[in-house]
Design a protein around this ligand. Sequence first.
Ligand code: NAD
Length: 263
Amino acid sequence: MTDQLQGRTIFITGSGGVLGSTYVRRMLAEGARVIASDLPGTRAEALVEAHGGNANFRFYPLDVANEDEVTEIFARILKDGWEPNVVLNNAAITGELLMGAGKGFPDFADLKVSDWEKTMRTNLTGPFMVARQMDRDIVGKWPCTLINVASMYALNGAHHRIYEGMPFKNFSAYGVTKAGIHGLTVWLAGYWAPRGATVNTIAPGAVFNNHSEEFQRRVGELIMLNRMAKPDEIADAMLFLASAAAGYMTGQLVNVDGGFSGW
Ligand SMILES: NC(=O)c1ccc[n+]([C@@H]2O[C@H](COP(=O)([O-])OP(=O)(O)OC[C@H]3O[C@@H](n4cnc5c(N)ncnc54)[C@H](O)[C@@H]3O)[C@@H](O)[C@H]2O)c1
């Protein structure tokens, strides 16, 4: 522990997932106040069970796709006495969350408009609504930063061959939303700068989460460091972006992908 995040009050969406829960743990260890949020359910319950006794932790149920809930979120947080100066647009729907665990994802030709639109709503409209609410309730009142989460498949095409025969696929709508979210970052960076707010994008690479040896081998060949990331390796960069040390950065895309995008 280095107290890297002393004085930071960090609001995170989708906090109960693989990366979100890692950010929460690491941010608390670095002295931040953490305002976690997620859909109600087992991931949220596990997070509250792990950190509910920590005076620097609070949890608010939040569906980022629900406009009424997003509109009220900062008012609720502020009413309870904490003033967020870091906002992390981390929630996203992946192919697995969309279809249900273990269910195959349809081919592109069979992709339903309703599934496309649900992905847009959660991964792009949700972060837009969070940013818009941050603009209304926080930006210009005190210095603050927004971190949007993209992916190694935001500005690079998916390598479809590595998914052949795998129980999951990369899916089109996901990559499209992750490219779009960096558009939100660069648009907002210049818009917010006069009011003392910064905004950056982090693009995590492939994070290990019990993938098969064969999948690790296939994806590893595409990565300069020849292996998937540990969640804590993505958190290392996230902690920097959330800290005061990143104060002169805005409008940037930070790839944390073992060199995937570097060749
Ligand atoms: N894990 C990876 O390999 C990887 C790689 C690149 C980018 N990312 C990105 O990092 C972020 C976190 O990913 P993760 O690996 O922890 O995923 P995850 O699926 O483990 O977690 C996503 C979280 O978002 C929440 N969520 C989904 N819909 C929501 C909604 N409508 N409102 C609020 N919360 C909602 C889920 O409940 C879940 O807790 C995502 O934006 C993801 O796209 C992950």
